[in-house]
Design a binder for this molecule. Structure first.
Ligand SMILES: Cc1cc2nc3c(=O)[nH]c(=O)nc-3n(C[C@H](O)[C@H](O)[C@H](O)COP(=O)(O)O)c2cc1C
Length: 318
């Protein structure tokens, strides 16, 4: 299956959702190597790009495997966002606008999901970016501010009218943060209301579920966030399930192979100390399902060198 975001063609239906602090360039590279059809960077502040561009450079790094992929930016100033995306987003096929982040410090600045309450400003941001940028502009949104103010259908139509080339809809309100279940009925309503492609997002945990959600809602693809932590194999399982094929779970040897590859990617990208800190976090996710996982996690968090993590992986058994 494939999707067209204007002239950008995405081969496949399962994308890695952006997750700040987690889906860094090494992990996105790994997920692409493991079959993710599309990736989006962690959110990058337009204001930080203007005033402190070197600090944000790491967040903007693109892997050569990320074709096509999106740079996600956030902000509240249409002009600044368009200008920063034009200045720093050239390597990316798509620019994605974050209109879903629920974090208080983001919302306070009238950014992220606060824009769901200010469709006029959101519209100016989308239009300005769509008019200025050479790439297609997409929007990642939630269903609304809270249960009393679900606005997804109107917001999606507005985004389309302002020039958005695709949408990703996370089926929760800002108030829900990450609690409760994603509302795929509302995602389906958005899909029916617009003619641009829609990614559905929220709680997809496996291939069969992705097939069911796509069939029910009619979305063009799914973005997978938390279920991809420690499980970059999920993208292949989704694509297999969509083709009606059996889903293969990785065996221990395969898990160890990918963990090792992940260590090497971290070491190539980060200074040694940071590479270890970040890899320990991912190891905790990879260890899910291993016998004595809690004890193993404790052990891994005591490791200080990447060599030690590699030796730890070699010693893992099922
Ligand atoms: C730790 C974490 C960080 C996230 N950071 C971002 C982000 O930078 N940009 C964004 O659009 N969404 C972000 N999200 C939201 C996810 O992209 C996704 O919409 C949400 O997790 C629901 O999908 P899931 O149920 O598959 O995890 C984040 C989610 C988590 C858990």
């Amino acid at each position: 299956m494939s999707m067209k975001i204007k002239e950008v063609s995405v081969q496949g239906s399962a994308a890695l959702a952006p997750m700040a602090g987690v889906t860094d360039m090494p992990y996105r590279h790994l997920c692409r190597a493991m079959g993710a059809a599309y990736t989006v960077t962690e959110m990058v502040s337009a204001r930080a790009m203007l005033y402190n561009p070197d600090k944000e450079a790491e967040l903007r790094a693109r892997s050569p495997l990320e074709v096509p992929a999106a740079l996600q930016i956030f902000g509240d100033d249409p002009e600044m966002m368009a200008e920063m995306a034009a200045r720093y987003g050239g390597e990316y096929a798509v620019i994605d606008l974050n209109m879903g982040c629920p974090a208080p410090k983001i919302v306070k600045g009238n950014q992220g999901s606060a824009l769901l309450r200010d469709p006029a400003l959101a519209g100016r941001i989308i239009r300005r970016c769509a008019d200025t940028l050479k790439q297609p502009v997409t929007v990642k949104m939630r269903l609304g501010w809270d249960a009393e103010h679900v606005c997804a259908v109107d917001f999606a139509r507005m985004a389309q009218d302002c020039g958005a080339a695709a949408l990703c809809v996370h089926g929760r309100t800002r108030e829900q943060q990450y609690a409760g279940r994603a509302d795929w009925e509302e995602i389906a309503r958005v899909k029916r209301a617009v003619s641009i492609p829609v990614w559905g997002n929220g709680d997809i945990a496996g291939g069969a579920e992705a097939v069911r959600r796509m069939a029910q809602s009619g979305v063009d693809g799914v973005m997978i966030g938390r279920a991809a932590l420690g499980d970059p194999w999920i993208f292949r399982r989704v694509e297999s399930a969509l083709l009606g094929r059996e889903e293969h779970m990785p065996d221990t040897a395969e898990k160890k192979r990918v963990m090792r590859q992940h260590c090497l990617l971290q070491s190539a990208f980060y200074p040694p100390r940071l590479a270890v800190l970040r890899m320990r976090k991912h190891m905790a996710w990879y260890l899910k399902g291993f016998p004595m996982a809690a004890k193993l996690r404790q052990q891994v968090f005591a490791l200080e060198e990447m060599e030690q993590i590699l030796a730890f992986i070699d010693a893992l058994t099922d």
